[in-house]
Design a protein around this ligand. Structure first.
Ligand code: SAM
Ligand code: SF4
Length: 450
């Protein structure tokens, strides 16, 4: 982050999904153009922004606690402005200003272009709010300013919003209707990243498989498979990842495209949410257990060495012990390398909050989640042990967290690999061949093979 040359300083903290982190980089670009440089120290900032998440109650509580801290700082620095961005801003709108008196600016995810005007309003002492959602906004023309970047990997947003209406989920309400970004602008952004030395892009959307862009100039449609191909063709040395896939939408065409290009990473995040068809129906996921299992088989047959991960929710409305066992048995079948595991948190305004009772007691939700976590730990250990003695191509992302004598990177399957630098002349951003000789549940440990 570089703040020299700017008249004023902003500090931004991001919470929640990767989309939010990508959005903060768009916000940073808009602010740079308006005389604000980024700082990593909130004590010296003229503008403090929190890019918030509403997905679970706990995420919102974290933000409220953080705001308490900024309240104290503002007491000593009354000129400092505090803004709330993202999903929580969209969900609570003007209520934020009543509940959290110290907040000056509230901006929803589709209104970031208006931030400079809102800052101007707030500077005159008024409270400034814009939470209008849009059917068109994709920020396609804005070049994100990379924050906290390792200079090797970057997120690229390819679409916004979601049309799926999973009954537990607040995203369709906070991020609006689904819309895809101009394919040419995505390819341009990825090409620019590569020319600056980046070696990996992750294409982001809530449901990437429903990406759809009509290229009017050539009168052709770009699907997600087509987009993946275009990005993969930029350079064989640019890795391509993507997130998130919806099991109902991921196509064979996407799987075959992944198989065709060595630089499209062999890794799919395929959230299942529950292993019970009855619960999946209540969740409005529109697939059954059997459909999901068939997808897993398809992935394994087309991409035998593909890494697989999931999201799973314990204790959704009416979930019985049998439903829970079905989630566990599905996990055993899929043998996920990794999972994001949650217990159900009712969100105001969602279909589930309106239609169903949040009737699984908290201690049962937590016990089931604990069983799921323990099962996943066992699966991750097993999967990692299967990689012992294998050699992988690893992209070096930087020093290992524990020691500057070791590199840290990831293989195509998205597993973290740590290995000694030894006397090799490699640098961050290089690809190296690493043979795995040890592992923990979360990390492969190896040595460089020349
Ligand atoms: N669009 C992606 C998808 O459909 O998988 C991810 C959306 S969300 C940001 C990430 C994960 O949060 C979901 O996959 C789900 O497992 C979890 N989640 C969403 N709403 C939740 C809720 N009300 N309670 C607990 N977990 C929730
Ligand atoms: Fe939420 Fe479902 Fe959309 Fe994912 S696909 S963002 S879980 S509504």
């Amino acid at each position: 982050m570089e703040s020299s040359g700017y008249r004023r300083k902003f500090y931004i903290e991001s919470y929640g999904c990767q989309m939010n982190f990508a959005d903060s980089e768009i916000v940073a670009s808009i602010l740079n153009d308006n005389g604000f440089g980024a700082t990593g120290n909130y004590e010296e900032a003229d503008l403090v922004l929190l890019n918030t998440c509403s997905i679970r109650e706990k995420a919102e509580q974290t933000v409220r606690n953080r705001l308490q801290l900024f309240r104290q700082i503002k007491e000593h620095r009354p000129g400092m402005l505090i803004g709330v961005l993202g999903c929580m801003a969209e969900r609570l709108k003007g209520k934020f200003l009543e509940e959290e008196q110290l907040v000056d600016i509230v901006v929803g995810p589709d209104a970031y272009r208006t931030l400079p005007g809102l800052i101007g309003e707030a500077e005159t002492g008024q409270k400034a709010v814009n939470v209008l959602l849009s059917r068109e906004e994709t920020y396609a023309d804005i070049s994100p300013v990379r924050l906290d970047s390792n200079g090797v990997t970057a997120f690229v947003s390819i679409m916004r919003g979601c049309n799926n209406m999973c009954s537990f989920c607040v995203v369709p309400f906070t991020r609006g209707r689904e819309r895809s970004r101009d394919a040419a602008s995505i390819v341009r952004e990825c090409r620019e990243l590569f020319s600056k030395g980046y070696k990996e892009v992750t294409l982001l959307g809530q449901n990437v498989d429903s990406y759809y862009w009509m290229d009017e100039a050539s009168d052709t449609v770009v699907t997600f498979a087509g987009l993946l191909e275009k990005v993969a063709q930029i350079d064989p040395a640019l890795r391509v990842r993507f997130s998130t896939s919806h099991p109902k939408d991921i196509t064979d065409e996407v799987l075959y495209t992944i198989a065709r290009y060595p630089n499209i990473c062999k890794y799919i995040h395929l959230p299942v949410q529950s292993g019970s068809t009855r619960v999946l129906q209540l969740m409005n996921r529109t697939y059954t257990r059997e459909w999901y299992l068939a997808k897993i088989d398809r992935v394994r047959s087309i991409l035998p060495d593909c890494g697989l991960s999931t999201d799973i929710i314990a204790g959704f409305c009416t979930e019985t012990e049998e439903d829970h066992q079905e989630s566990m048995s599905l996990m055993e079948y899929a043998r996920y390398d990794m999972s994001y595991m949650f217990f159900y948190s009712e969100r105001p305004g969602t279909l589930a909050a309106r239609r169903y009772q949040d009737d699984v007691p908290e201690e049962i939700k937590k016990r089931r989640l604990d069983e799921i976590v323990r099962l996943q730990n066992r699966l991750s250990q097993q999967k990692n042990r299967e990689d012992l003695n294998k050699t992988f191509e690893v992209l070096i992302e930087g020093d290992s967290k524990k020691s500057a004598d070791d590199w840290r990177g990831r293989n195509s399957q998205n597993k973290v690999v740590v290995f000694p630098k030894a006397d090799h002349p490699y640098r961050k951003g290089d690809y190296v061949q690493v043979k795995v000789n040890d592992c923990t549940g979360a990390t492969l440990i190896g040595t460089i093979i020349e």
